[in-house]
Design a protein around this ligand. Sequence first.
Ligand code: ATP
Length: 136
Amino acid sequence: VEQTLILVKPDGVARGLSGEILRRIEAKGYSVTGLRMFTPDRELLAAHYAEHEGKPFYEPLIEFMSSGPVVAIRAEGHRVIEGFRSLAGTTDPTGAAPGTIRGDLGRDWGLKVQQNLVHGSDSTESAERELSLWFA
Ligand code: ATP
């Protein structure tokens, strides 16, 4: 059965939305099989976001993601990777469809798309890689 890594980013935790986001994952029918809450260090984030190294938003993104606790979730179910990305909505919360996590709960707080509440792995390869980082 497929697994994915979901993160409630520091903005989601700070706004008290971890429970609501977990609720939506479970209400969709996926199983939560792992749960950790901690403030990630730069080393973990550099590995997680390796593909973005050198981009203009990379440093601010690492700063933001290490600014406070995140909730790391291992979720399981047939096609959970695609299913969670659909639940999350598009990267930019301003235009994300109502009904999605980002569309219902997110907005632009002045940094475009940085604070978009959640992360979800985008392929089986990245899910495997990311789960080994966050659930080492
Ligand atoms: P995620 O992988 O987090 O679900 P995504 O696949 O929709 O998001 P990516 O393009 O992989 O988005 O970017 C990773 C994260 O980096 C985004 O979720 C967002 O927090 C941040 N980000 C991406 N582009 C920008 C940008 N132009 N300015 C600021 N932050 C950005």
